[in-house]
Design a protein around this ligand. Structure first.
Ligand code: DX5
Ligand code: ZN
Length: 234
């Protein structure tokens, strides 16, 4: 079963900035991991794309498994793949701490969420921009993490979809206080505040970290803005 300490540890680190490895320098992967370890970010977010569920191909479990021994960071896998139930055990074996699948790829995910929970992995469900929240509503009690896509899945570097905060706000009202609410796509210093204000506490960030020369400063600045906006809610 999932160790509830994992979730509580992450929530105590909130707002969490989760660097999206899709945008890192793959030619210097070990160095990138070392640089990220030196930031405040406790997580690495792995965007897995299969060229079928999304029109782009990235990397898979073999690569993640090779990086696993290099860091103690929490490994958060975001599977943008068809038939995730066929491959999920590879990602468990690779050492992922949380695994998120798309409701569009697996419309009845209860069995997979239970399987992840039993394997001690934090189960996550993601919704693409066009998908209504009603589709994930029946499964929310089985999720440790829910992820709102604020761009169409498939590519880094896209612009934040402006209606995303409303979706985050609605989802926040549907989940328990200890469910992690993640937002993914187009998060930078100009958009993270509104996502935080809407209720997100976990922010996947690619371009706005990897386009900067100093990852630590980029992560701290994003966390500071998110924290300020979260604080202004109370
Ligand atoms: C998109 C991925 C995101 C993305 C984030 O399909 O899930 O994680 O790479 O990158 P930016 O921050 O550049 O939008
Ligand atoms: Zn992602």
């Amino acid at each position: 079963m999932i160790d509830s300490n994992i979730k509580h540890k992450l929530l105590s680190d909130a707002p969490v900035i989760a660097p999206s490895m899709l945008k890192c320098d793959f030619g210097n992967l070990h160095r990138e991991v070392e640089l990220l370890d030196a930031t405040q970010a406790p997580v690495l977010h792995w965007d897995v794309m299969d060229g079928h569920f999304v029109p782009n191909l990235s990397y898979g479990a073999m690569l993640i498994e090779r990086v696993r021994p290099l860091t103690d960071a929490f490994f958060d896998a975001h599977l943008m793949i068809s038939n995730p139930e066929q491959y999920v055990d590879d990602y468990i074996k690779a050492g992922c701490d949380s695994i998120t699948v798309h409701i569009e790829a697996l419309p009845e995910p209860q069995g997979l969420l239970d399987h992840l929970n039993q394997a001690g992995v934090l189960p996550g469900l993601a919704v693409s921009p066009q998908t209504p929240l009603e589709k994930i509503e029946p499964y929310l009690d089985s999720c440790g993490l829910v992820l709102v896509m604020s761009v169409e899945p498939g590519f880094g570097g896209q612009s934040f979809i402006k209606t995303s905060p409303e979706k985050i706000r609605q989802l926040k009202s549907m989940i328990s206080a200890d469910t992690i609410l993640s937002v993914d796509g187009g998060i930078d210093t100009s958009t993270i505040g509104e996502a935080a204000q809407a209720g997100a506490n976990y922010f996947v960030v690619g371009s706005a970290i990897f386009s900067q020369s100093d990852y630590s400063t980029a992560v701290s600045e994003l966390a500071r803005i998110a924290r300020d906006q979260t604080a202004s809610l109370t």
